[in-house]
Design a protein around this ligand. Structure first.
Ligand SMILES: O=C(O)c1ccccc1N[C@@H]1O[C@H](COP(=O)(O)O)[C@@H](O)[C@H]1O
Length: 282
């Protein structure tokens, strides 16, 4: 399971992340404005100027453990190729309305002898529906490697710390043949609603921004550690560890949210039941 922390803006952020158990570092460059097309709630919250992007991405690469990810809303393939080539960053998160054609052109802009680019395309969930639903197959044919399912409360805004309801996320995930990251208000909360998302065969990890900060401030080690612990230790262990079933003797992945109502033995009283359990025979 991969963990991406978004919005590093200074060398100290990279040094902090290098000492933590995370994988990908999002660096925002080319957000909104004339080249973009996506307005953000916090315009330029952590937008890096060109020289800062080059410097910080080199710093991330130098850790040899973390991977820098260019997070951008720019559509212009020549600009994207130039930034990726000059910085030697090979992961890009297309967080705008970039078309499948732009994805195809970007993938083929890198020659076969060059390190290929990994394209992450955002799919936004708004009012229970995925805005890019009709384009998913085209994105896959164009070469998207990984999707990022994010909540968009409206107005073309991302990163408001709002979590997408599970059902629409699963509906999008079921249309995919490529893996996806979950974004949008991802936190350290152990919300059992998320179990079916984590257990989805294409679930690949999480992308977090707001939860890793205190207020609008910088990255906070304890908050990052809380998210890491919740997802790497709790969720993954809880839902992905096969256990031997007492009934069948076979190894099965634990299911804390039973699909069918589970009858309780006669006389048992419980103050709280997990979702899916029927209150019977009390
Ligand atoms: O947060 C922004 O303003 C933003 C601007 C442009 C592109 C992406 C942006 N945020 C992304 O939103 C998700 C989730 O963030 P959060 O955990 O809900 O705060 C993440 O991918 C950010 O990169």
């Amino acid at each position: 399971m991969r963990i991406k922390i978004c919005g590093a803006v200074r060398t100290a952020d990279v040094e902090l992340l290098a000492g933590m158990d995370v994988d990908l570092v999002g660096l925002r460059h080319g957000i909104g404005g004339a080249r973009g097309g996506l307005r953000t709630v916090h315009p330029g919250r952590s937008e890096l100027a060109a020289d800062a992007f080059l410097r910080l991405s080199a710093h991330v690469r130098a850790t040899r453990r973390l991977r820098p990810v260019l997070v951008t809303t720019v559509h212009d393939v020549a600009w994207l190729h130039d930034v990726l080539a000059r910085s030697r960053v090979r992961w890009v998160q297309l967080h705008g309305h970039q078309s499948p054609g732009a994805v195809r052109a970007l993938k083929s802009a890198f020659r076969p002898w060059e390190e290929p680019v990994t394209v992450v395309k955002v799919l936004r969930v708004r009012n229970g529906d995925c805005l890019e639903r009709a384009l998913v197959a085209d994105y896959e044919r164009a070469g998207v490697d990984l999707f990022l399912i994010d909540a968009e409360p409206g107005g073309g805004q991302s990163g408001q710390g709002q979590q997408s309801p599970t059902e629409p996320v699963l509906r999008v995930a079921d249309r995919l043949t490529r893996p996806f990251l979950l974004a949008g208000g991802t936190s350290a909360r152990r919300d059992t609603e998320l179990a079916p998302v984590v257990r989805h065969p294409l679930f690949h990890g999480i992308d977090v921004d707001g939860e890793t900060r205190v207020g609008n401030g910088g990255l906070h080690p304890e908050r990052i550690e809380a998210v890491r612990h919740a997802w790497r230790t709790h969720w993954v262990k809880e839902w992905m560890t096969p256990r031997r079933s007492a009934a069948t003797g076979r190894f099965e992945v634990a299911d804390p949210v039973p699909a069918a109502p589970v009858p309780l033995p006669y006389g048992v009283r419980v103050p709280f039941l997990p979702r899916g359990c029927a209150r019977q025979a009390v």
